[in-house]
Design a protein around this ligand. Structure first.
Ligand SMILES: *[C@@H]1O[C@H](CO)[C@@H](O)[C@H](O)[C@H]1NC(C)=O
Ligand SMILES: *[C@@H]1O[C@H](CO)[C@@H](O)[C@H](O)[C@H]1NC(C)=O
Length: 610
């Protein structure tokens, strides 16, 4: 490689690429050329990057070494660029679903979602005997209705737990901001509604946290920085937050995140490294790190995140919870920091898939006046009481990609998948998904260019206040040209076509969620953040299609590695097929949940008083 990039790849026309199991397409492993850096090394590296001429040269070499020149900049592609991953609704036929009228109010939608849940009975739980399970929305709702406990008491327990988790011994760094007074006020109002026998919905009094990238009053939206909220004050709730408030939920504050969503570790030099409840010396994963960790630790049954490059699914998998990223356009983006325009989507982190479904129903649906509402298909909700009767599901699996992860993840995910197939009599179809590494680079270039553009106005004034790892990231993001951006969109078009062909044969694509489990937080990273592109690439390996192609995807916990750290299995659906994905996640959860383990850091907010 070196300084002179040589020739670019000439891509074959899509119609000539074989997607079958025997395809001659080469599986290119991510060959990331960048050593791990933290502490003073990151600062020196950044200093070089910001030097007038040398910096540009260094960026040029980095791009070359990481195959960007060869695979993208100089590549020849016949496709036209595709800028937005919006799919026309077409004729999606889903099994065991019901239609959700978009004109309904959020509380009405919640009610319909609850009608889809399997009938709850204590006996079923006795029969399955999950060794550990988190309290669900329905558990809270029943407890409040019975009067055993009030939202006020739960809010008090929550505040005590957060304060305990923030003590130096644990130092979990779950939240960037939370306001006891505001939380107790909401809890009192909800408590009164229950006392009057008039709760608004099953979400009334249920605690929900939001990533600090989503507007939620009375908090500033920092995006994990020390300055963005001063430049962009938060004046209103985001649309998804408004909908949750209409349901009576208690919004409990802003969770920690990787600064500007620009990394996958969740180590934030300003607000602390969000820690993994399964082992607090390890990362929670990013960028929605705090949202995954609070759900995992039992502090709230559900939290909102944003997923621009796996940012909901990766931390969910690392913290052993559900992470649902809906189709691009499914949840309105109003009130979410515009760090990029074509890859990000609000997502849901939850202890169970049922809870993810309830909140999905509450927050989904375009604002009626919005231009995109016409192309959005009707929303379907899955009838989870009938998941068992769905017989002919086909799961597409690309072996070389599926197996490109740690041995423990490979074994655990394969076993889970085989159990799923055997239990339901579903089929696994072997396929080839070409050019996955090219797609990863094209997505990186896209999200990077968009993020850099969105923050351009602040470059002179505020970048000195960024953490060092984020500053490096933004310097790299700013290095892409318009030609490279457009070629990346041509690659988006190719992948669109490949994936559409695969979805013509299969209902979903299945893969592990991450290539590695949560790794240890090293001391030298705490103040500067760290650059670890090798682990970063392994974390994001399976996430990209969900963002670059706007596909819905969900991760389900399916086991643990030797150290007891969680492992997730991912289903990627065809456009708008959230209902089918939820069926699959529900089926997988039913098989795995008897093995679920309690995290080391866990708070039981519904415990009986005695
Ligand atoms: C892209 O945007 C999404 C949502 O706005 C966010 O979660 C993600 O962190 C962003 N990523 C970058 C690199 O800007
Ligand atoms: C937590 O992780 C650290 C580092 O990965 C390891 O040394 C330690 O043994 C783990 N703790 C437990 C309880 O497994």
């Amino acid at each position: 490689m070196g300084l002179f990039p040589g020739k670019g790849v000439v891509y074959k026309p899509v119609r000539d690429v074989d997607l079958g199991p025997q395809s001659a397409e080469f599986y290119l492993q991510a060959n990331v050329k960048a050593p791990r850096m933290a502490g003073v090394l990151v600062k020196i590296f950044n200093w070089f990057l910001e030097l007038p001429i040398l910096g540009s040269l260094l960026l040029y070499v980095l791009k070359g070494n990481n195959l960007i020149h060869k695979l993208i900049t100089l590549a020849e592609l016949e496709e036209s660029p595709l800028y937005l991953p919006l799919h026309h609704s077409g004729d999606l036929e889903e099994k065991q679903v019901k239609c959700l009228d978009s004109a309904l109010s959020p509380p009405e939608k919640v009610e319909l979602a609850i009608d889809c849940l399997p009938v709850y009975s204590e006996e079923i739980y006795d029969e399955i005997k999950p060794s550990f399970r988190r309290w669900t929305i329905m558990d809270y709702c029943r407890a409040y209705r019975s009067g055993d406990i009030t939202p006020r008491m739960v809010a008090e327990r929550f505040l005590a737990a957060v304060s305990e988790s923030s003590e130096p011994t644990l130092n979990m760094s779950f939240f960037i901001d939370y306001n006891a007074q505001d939380i107790l006020r909401q809890a009192n109002e909800s408590t009164l509604r229950y006392q009057r026998g008039e709760p608004i919905s099953a979400l009334d009094g249920v605690l929900i946290a939001t990533k600090d990238e989503i507007d939620c009053l009375p908090y500033p939206t920092t995006g994990g920085t020390k300055w963005l909220h001063k430049q962009r004050p938060c004046t209103d709730d985001a649309c998804c937050v408004k909908r949750l408030r209409l349901c009576g939920s208690i919004l409990v504050g802003k969770t920690n995140m990787h600064e500007l969503g620009s990394g996958t570790s969740g180590i934030n030099p300003h607000y602390g490294a969000a820690r993994n409840p399964y082992n607090s010396t390890n990362i929670a994963g990013g960028s929605s790190s705090g949202s995954a960790a609070v759900v995992s630790a039992g502090l709230c049954p559900v939290a909102l995140g944003v997923d621009g490059g796996g940012s909901v699914r990766m931390p969910a998998a690392l913290c052993g919870v559900i992470g649902l990223k809906p189709s691009f356009g499914r949840v309105p983006h109003a009130g979410v920091l515009p760090l990029n325009w074509t890859v990000g989507m609000v997502g849901i982190l939850a202890g169970t898939i049922e809870d993810a479904l309830i909140v999905y129903a509450a927050i989904s649906g375009e604002i009626p006046s919005h231009q995109r509402s016409e192309i959005m298909p009707k929303m379907h909700l899955p009838l989870l009481s009938s998941t068992k009767s769905i017989s002919d599901i086909k799961l597409a699996k690309y072996d070389k990609w599926f197996n490109d992860c740690s041995d423990e993840i490979k074994t655990c995910c394969s076993e889970a998948l085989n159990k799923l197939r055997d239990h339901y009599g579903w089929k696994i179809i072997d396929v080839t998904i070409p050019e996955i590494e090219v797609m990863r680079l094209a997505h990186y270039l896209t999200i990077g260019s968009e993020c850099s553009t969105s923050l351009d106005a602040f470059r002179e004034k505020n970048f000195a206040e960024l953490g060092w790892d984020t500053r490096v990231a933004l310097n790299i993001y700013g290095a892409f040209s318009s030609k490279e951006y457009i070629k990346a969109q041509k690659i988006r078009n190719r992948q669109f076509q490949f994936h559409n062909k695969i979805f013509a044969q299969a209902d979903v694509i299945v893969s592990p969620t991450t290539g590695v489990t949560a790794y240890p937080i090293q001391d030298d990273a705490l103040k500067t953040g760290e650059l670890d592109y090798v682990n970063g690439a392994a974390l994001v390996r399976y996430s990209v299609a969900g963002n670059f192609l706007g596909l819905p995807a969900v991760t389900v916990p399916v086991g643990y590695d030797k150290m007891g750290l969680p492992i997730g299995l991912q289903f990627i659906g065809s456009p708008w097929s959230e209902a089918t994905l939820t069926h699959l996640a529900f089926a997988m959860q039913a098989i795995s949940e008897s093995e679920y383990r309690k995290p080391e850091v866990f708070y039981d907010l519904l415990r009986k008083i005695n």
